[in-house]
Design a protein around this ligand. Structure first.
Ligand code: PEP
Ligand code: MG
Length: 577
């Protein structure tokens, strides 16, 4: 019988496939005694599980396309090295022999011992290595428990729909190379980086589907609708037919949008709109070029810091930025300086691992960078050096005081002097902008505008901080409302400040990707949208069908004074739905 479940749809698209359940840390571990003559066979079973795990990881490693940054492959290499380590091989074998017990029991004993050692470590960075050990052990354990001695489950994942309690952004990156059809997580919200990444990799995804793994079994056939957040388990023939038809229609719709690639974004009343793309990794550039974006409005550099055990040095960063700038062939590339902390923790950067009861309000983003020149300077040097090959702009995340801008400008001047002394080329006129993502910054945008060359509204955080709701906590997701009058007023103030100071203002939060808000934002005077590449053509279609002059006065009036109900009505009126 079919069963319908719901979660939060975070990346559109319909997928139909077989479920692969990932239940990390929830495995039932058996314990049993072995007869003396069975001991060596058990050691053999354990050794085989190690080999199988290794083959699985090697298979994943081979699937990573050659143009993927080396740090993503390094993540797999670390796990492969662990499989060869004596702590995971020799000690469990010793325990199987000395205690005459099964391999799962011995492996669990060794896991507990290692975890206890990691937990006692003072260094917060080393403590995080525990996750890697647990991942590798759970891979061996799964192999042991499912008695898969000669097959690689990763080989079978092509076209599968993954269900997991949670996934890291790193898992999501790997999914593309593994040709996963879609994923569902039990926790998480639409603004988590896993969700953002799913959209930019165009993997249909649903998050916050509590207890999905209780109702859906490994191997079940399911349909997911990543836009609606709907999941249908064991669909009947009629439902399957309906969704297959929808899948075909979506493909046709996408093909229709493709025709817009060469066309400019221009409203019916002749306003030229700039459509930029958000990027996380250098390989996003291929899609960005393919859809004909006008440039990059947000390059999230923190993704270069993920899946590695150290921080990338100046040279590694320079190579990444330079490759993006070169590929964009003179189009603007807005490189955001490190936005680490809170929802963007990375393993290899110990700077963010401070204990703090409220990380979203703690030492993160520009605050962290200014506090850690050792982290910030190499990045600024790398960005400036990359600026010699194209139109680079530097963007500062989470600014809250003018002092931060002034201090960063001084640091940039020092770095420029160093580069001049070393005769390394860079763009002397490089534009420096700031993200408006804190209510205080929006309210004083006119002051920031005097000290910056451009502003960019980060609605993901602006909404989080204005409405005091954690952007990745699905239990308060129902309060996450881009149409809240307070949010719209802050957007309006920022756009007015930009016009007053004659500097460009763009929007790079997820709100800029949604065609539902296109007319509202155009009415407020937004002329630069930066978004996940997969949304760009649909947004262009919405923009090209808007006659802004017809509704801009109404939009601006209503947003200054309107109640939430009046704003809802306004949206219905201007969108004509
Ligand atoms: C934002 O906050 O809107 C934004 C674009 O930055 P991020 O999502 O990376 O925090
Ligand atoms: Mg942000």
């Amino acid at each position: 019988m079919s069963l319908a479940l719901n979660g939060i749809g975070v990346s559109r698209g319909i997928a139909i496939g077989k479920v692969h359940l990932i239940q990390r840390g929830k495995l039932e571990i058996p314990e049993y005694a072995l007869a003396p003559k069975a001991i060596e066979a058990e050691v053999e079973r354990f050794t085989k599980a190690l080999q199988t795990s290794k083959q699985q990881l090697q298979a994943i490693r081979r699937r990573i396309p050659s143009n993927t940054p080396t740090d993503i492959a390094a993540f797999i290499d670390t796990h492969l090295l662990m499989l060869d380590d004596a702590m995971l091989r020799d000690e469990p074998i010793r325990m199987i022999r000395s205690d005459a017990r099964n391999a799962e029991w011995a492996l669990k004993g060794q896991r507990d011992a290692l975890v206890a050692i990691f937990d006692q470590m003072d260094d917060p960075y080393l403590r995080t290595r525990k996750d890697d050990v647990e991942h590798v052990i759970s891979r061996i354990m799964r192999t042991l428990l499912s008695h898969e001695s000669d097959s690689s489950d990763e080989e079978d994942l092509q076209g599968a729909i993954i269900i997991a309690d949670d996934l890291t952004p790193a898992d999501t990156v790997l999914m593309q190379s593994m040709e996963i059809a879609a994923f569902i997580t039990e926790s998480g919200g639409p603004l988590s980086h896993t969700a953002i990444l799913a959209r930019s990799l165009q993997i249909p995804a649903i998050v916050g589907c509590h207890n999905a793994s209780r109702y859906i079994l490994d191997g079940d056939q399911i349909i997911i609708d990543g836009k609606q957040g709907a999941i249908i388990v064991d669909p009947d023939a009629r439902t399957l037919k309906h969704y297959r038809k929808q899948q075909r229609e979506q493909k046709r719709f996408q093909a229709g949008l493709a025709k817009l690639k060469q066309k400019p974004a221009i409203t019916l009343d002749g306003r030229k709109i700039t459509l930029l793309a958000n990027a996380e990794l250098p390989e996003d550039i291929r899609l960005i070029k393919r859809i004909g974006a006008d440039g990059i409005g947000l390059f999230r550099t923190e993704f270069l810091y993920m899946n590695r055990s150290d921080t990338p040095n100046e040279e590694q960063q320079f190579e990444a930025y330079h490759s993006v700038v070169k590929a964009m062939k003179g189009q603007p590339v807005t490189i955001r300086t490190l936005d680490l902390g809170a929802d963007k923790e990375v393993d290899g950067c110990h700077f963010t691992k401070r204990l703090c009861s409220n990380p979203a309000l703690g030492l993160r983003a520009i605050r962290l960078c200014l506090n850690e020149p050792g982290l910030f300077r190499p990045q600024l040097r790398a960005i400036l050096r990359a600026s010699a090959s194209g139109a680079v702009r530097i963007m500062l995340p989470m600014i809250s005081t003018l002092q931060e801008v002034i201090q960063t400008r001084q640091l940039i001047e020092q770095v420029k002097k160093e580069l001049r002394d070393e005769q390394l080329p860079f763009d002397e006129q490089i534009a420096i902008g700031g993200m408006i993502e804190i209510p205080a910054a929006a309210l004083s945008a006119h002051n920031f505008a005097k000290h910056l060359d451009f502003l960019s509204i980060g609605t993901n955080d602006l909404i989080q901080y204005t409405l005091a709701i954690d952007r990745i906590d699905d239990s308060v997701n129902y309060l996450y409302d881009p149409l809240h009058p307070a949010v719209l007023r802050l957007i309006q103030l920022t756009l007015q400040a930009g016009r007053g100071a004659k500097i460009p203002v763009s929007m790079c939060g997820e709100m800029a990707s949604d065609p539902h808000y296109a007319r509202l934002l155009l009415g407020l005077g937004l002329t630069e949208f930066s978004m996940q590449p997969s949304a760009l053509l649909e947004q262009k279609q919405a923009i090209n069908s808007a006659n802004v002059i017809q509704f801009e006065a109404k939009v601006n009036r209503r947003i200054q004074r309107g109640s939430p109900e009046q704003i809802e009505r306004l949206l219905t009126e201007i969108n004509g739905d």
